[in-house]
Ligand binder design. Structure first.
Ligand code: ADP
Ligand code: MG
Length: 242
């Protein structure tokens, strides 16, 4: 990693009253990386993402993107960060209208919007005829793909995922794991992904951070995670999920 990494966290603390949800997080994420955070429920994963996208304020510490402080910038002026939300599609609108929604917000002209939406359908390997299809007529997997297309329409530099597949059945989850990994390769964007499944993390990620009680317990390359657990907690966490 070079001296000025893409995304850098230093001493990030988040408290709620007397409770410390994040306890001095230091973390560097490289541009284009698929970085996954795993850990038990309540370990601070969602809190960390909320701080990164500006949905909540830090108690102390700093977050830099390309060496610029972003932690004191309001969320709506952080166009680089986008949280993927599959359930936030507008069901009564068409696939095209959903994907174009961010482009409309940015006041892009209609012709350009449609061209971009069709490109995004291609990228997500959905037929162009889906442009006029209603969301309510799409299958679960197709909805996920449309939601991904819409997130990408914001043209984010970093795409965040907070347990996006946890509610899905096994088969669909396996399919979408593969598609997400593939999408990451095709877009070259930085993906920051949260899951409580180490197995899922290992399939998709470049590196994996394991969180415990608001701290990062270990960071490893995905294929080395079983090599040397740094603590009994990590070893037990691995044992539990496999
Ligand atoms: P995870 O996503 O890893 O399951 P969270 O980041 O959601 O964990 O939560 C970490 C801890 O912080 C939990 O103990 C949770 O109860 C607490 N917490 C999160 N948000 C708030 C809040 N707004 N007020 C008080 N406590 C919170
Ligand atoms: Mg969470």
């Amino acid at each position: 990693m070079d001296s000025s990494p893409f995304l850098r966290l230093r001493g990030v603390v988040k408290t709620f009253g007397s409770f410390t949800a994040l306890d001095s997080i230091d973390l560097d994420i490289a541009e284009g990386e698929f970085f996954t955070i795993v850990g038990p429920s309540g370990s601070g994963k969602s809190t960390l993402i909320r701080l990164l996208v500006g949905m909540d304020d830090l108690t102390s510490g700093e977050i830099r993107l390309r060496d610029q402080r972003i932690d004191d910038t309001p969320a709506n002026t952080r166009p680089t960060c986008m949280v993927f939300q599959s359930l936030a599609l507008f069901p009564h609108m068409t696939v095209g209208q959903n994907i174009e929604f961010p482009l409309k917000l940015r006041k892009e002209p209609p012709d350009g919007r449609k061209a971009k939406a069709l490109d995004l359908l291609d990228l997500l390997r959905l037929p162009q005829s889906y442009y006029d299809k209603r969301i309510s007529q799409c299958s679960g997997g197709e909805k996920q793909r449309v939601a991904l297309a819409r997130a990408l329409a914001f043209d984010p530099e970093i795409l965040f995922f907070d347990e996006p597949l946890s509610a899905l059945d096994y088969r669909l989850r396996k399919t979408l794991e593969k598609e997400l990994k593939d999408l990451h390769a095709r877009t070259g964007k930085t993906f920051v992904y949260i899951t409580h499944s180490l197995e899922e993390a290992m399939v998709m990620s470049d590196r994996i951070a394991i969180m415990k009680e608001g701290r990062i317990e270990q960071i490893s390359e995905a294929d080395e995670i079983y090599g040397a657990p740094v603590s009994r907690f990590v070893a037990e966490f691995m044992g539990e999920v496999n």
